[in-house]
Design a protein around this ligand. Structure first.
Ligand code: 2KA
Ligand code: SF4
Ligand code: MG
Length: 222
């Protein structure tokens, strides 16, 4: 059984697989505690639900099987605090690819097909996870963030996506910093976006939890 904050069918809104139909499983719990977390319902005492639901691997797989998802995304919270290997194996058994969204701060258990690692200064990623990641996502939350995380990630040819922290997605200085960084350096840097938020795509599935972004207005959900 795994503690699950929410599960829903949508499209991947970010990075290399953006736009593809995807089933999202958001595990409960995160010890990283980013001050602008957009999934605060997974850990923040003011936003956690009264009852945390637990699901068996079989029941999660059965929900995925009802959809036309091209892959499953396990996100959080910080999903790697859980042993995800049995869930990944069971999803592979129904021919589903399985992607992971992680801060990289904990040992990853599970044979994932794709790993997106988004380093966080409050709990830096493990070297073994940086080696294993397929792409990186830097959340540009303040001046100097890109430099800091580029150093943490080190030399790589894997894509490094630069996303504005969502409460700053209209902030010209943040967007300009991304534009200039990408133009000055080229690959592996790419300007990124959280496309699903503009579409409100996740909310179309009634099982999705209300968004609680600490960086924005948690009451309004953005
Ligand atoms: N549609 C959609 N795409 C996403 N890609 C990464 C997400 C995440 O919360 O980790 C996410 C999310 O929450 N929704
Ligand atoms: S943004 Fe991710 S790593 Fe940071 S507190 Fe929220 S769930 Fe945890
Ligand atoms: Mg999200």
């Amino acid at each position: 059984m795994l503690p699950i904050h929410e599960q829903f069918y949508t499209f991947q809104g970010e990075a290399a697989h953006a736009g593809r139909a995807a089933y999202f499983i958001r595990t409960f719990g995160c010890p990283v505690h980013c001050p602008w977390c957009d999934s605060a319902g997974t850990w923040h005492p003011d936003y956690i639900p009264k009852k945390i639901q637990r699901f068996s691997v079989e029941s999660l797989v059965a929900e995925v099987a009802k959809t036309k998802a091209e892959f499953v995304v396990i996100t959080g919270g910080e999903p790697a605090i859980h042993n995800l290997a049995p869930l990944v194996d069971a999803l592979h058994a129904i021919e589903q690819k399985v992607h992971l969204e992680t801060s990289g701060s904990f040992a990853i258990k599970g044979n994932f097909d794709w790993i997106t690692l988004s380093p966080k200064r409050w709990k830096l990623p493990l070297a073994e996870n940086i080696k294993r990641a397929d792409e990186f996502k830097i959340i540009v939350d303040r001046e100097g963030a890109i430099e800091k995380y580029a150093e943490v990630i080190g030399k790589t040819e894997k894509p490094i996506w630069l996303h504005p922290e969502w409460s700053k997605h209209n902030d010209a200085a943040t967007l300009d910093a991304i534009t200039e960084w990408v133009k000055a350096r080229g690959a592996p840097y790419r300007a990124g976006w959280q496309m699903h938020k503009h579409y409100a795509a996740d909310l179309k599935d009634s099982r999705s939890a209300p968004a609680a972004p600490l960086g924005g207005d948690p009451k309004q959900g953005f």
